[in-house]
Design a binder for this molecule. Structure first.
Ligand SMILES: NC(=O)c1ccc[n+]([C@@H]2O[C@H](COP(=O)([O-])OP(=O)(O)OC[C@H]3O[C@@H](n4cnc5c(N)ncnc54)[C@H](OP(=O)(O)O)[C@@H]3O)[C@@H](O)[C@H]2O)c1
Length: 199
């Protein structure tokens, strides 16, 4: 089994790699430190990545930038960060990656708790999460060749709490291992069109 992990050097990506490394050949991609360089905000870069990587059994995304700021200071330009990266970046991974995914393969994207349990400054992130969530649900019934598609929606992670915890008052953080297990279920299981909530 060959798994392409986009965002493989991040907190979630690293945990997914660790969880799956004994079960598959893992190909790690990100903008800077991974073996395969890709910027998901660029269609050309995504095309180049898939050309380089070739056929895979599973596409995993643990990448997607968003900008946190109050609604009054959220400009159209700042909102584009989440649109171009977390929303369209991940959707373009699916659209451009489909021909490279083997029959009965799988796709797993990332969303997050803010689409369900909002915080101030989180509207742009919530928009991207909700868009990816809806796309996955609808795309699942239109997937060719038995390919499955799911998303994982984590709450704030224990591992990220030091950096972002002050924005998430009252949230109970979860260990990243639980998120990696949700990806594992999506990759090795039978579900499609599902959101794996890790709350
Ligand atoms: N951490 C949490 O508590 C938490 C909770 C819920 C949801 N999430 C969501 O989960 C996702 C990953 O979070 P994380 O905490 O693991 O983030 P992270 O530690 O910052 O890692 C992000 C990963 O994605 C890559 N990346 C970022 N932008 C990219 C781009 N444009 N193209 C290709 N690769 C890119 C990064 O590498 P390069 O910088 O080298 O590209 C890195 O490998 C985010 O969308 C986040 O909103 C996180």
């Amino acid at each position: 089994m060959r798994i392409l992990v986009v965002g493989a050097t991040g907190t979630i990506g690293k945990a997914v790699v660790e969880e799956m490394k004994d079960r598959a050949e893992i190909i790690c991609a990100s903008r800077s430190k991974a073996d395969i360089k890709v910027d998901i905000t660029s269609v050309e870069s995504i095309k180049q990545m898939f050309k380089e990587v070739g056929e895979i059994d599973a596409l995993v995304s643990a990448a997607g930038g968003v900008h946190y700021t109050s609604l009054e200071t959220l400009t159209p330009e700042l909102n584009q960060i989440a649109v171009q990266s977390k929303l369209l970046g991940q959707i373009n991974l699916v659209l451009l990656g489909l021909p490279y995914i083997k029959d009965n393969g799988s796709i797993t994207l990332i969303t997050g708790v803010l689409m369900d349990d909002p915080i101030k400054t989180g509207a742009s992130a919530a928009m991207a999460n909700g868009g990816v969530h809806a796309f996955v649900k609808a795309a699942a019934i239109d997937m060719p060749r038995g390919i499955r598609i799911n998303s994982v929606s984590p709450t704030i992670l224990e591992e990220s709490f030091e950096d972002y915890g002050s924005m998430f008052e009252g949230f109970e953080p979860v260990p990243v291992k639980r998120v990696a297990l949700a990806y594992k279920k999506s990759i090795l299981g039978a579900h499609t069109g599902k959101t794996f909530y890790v709350y």
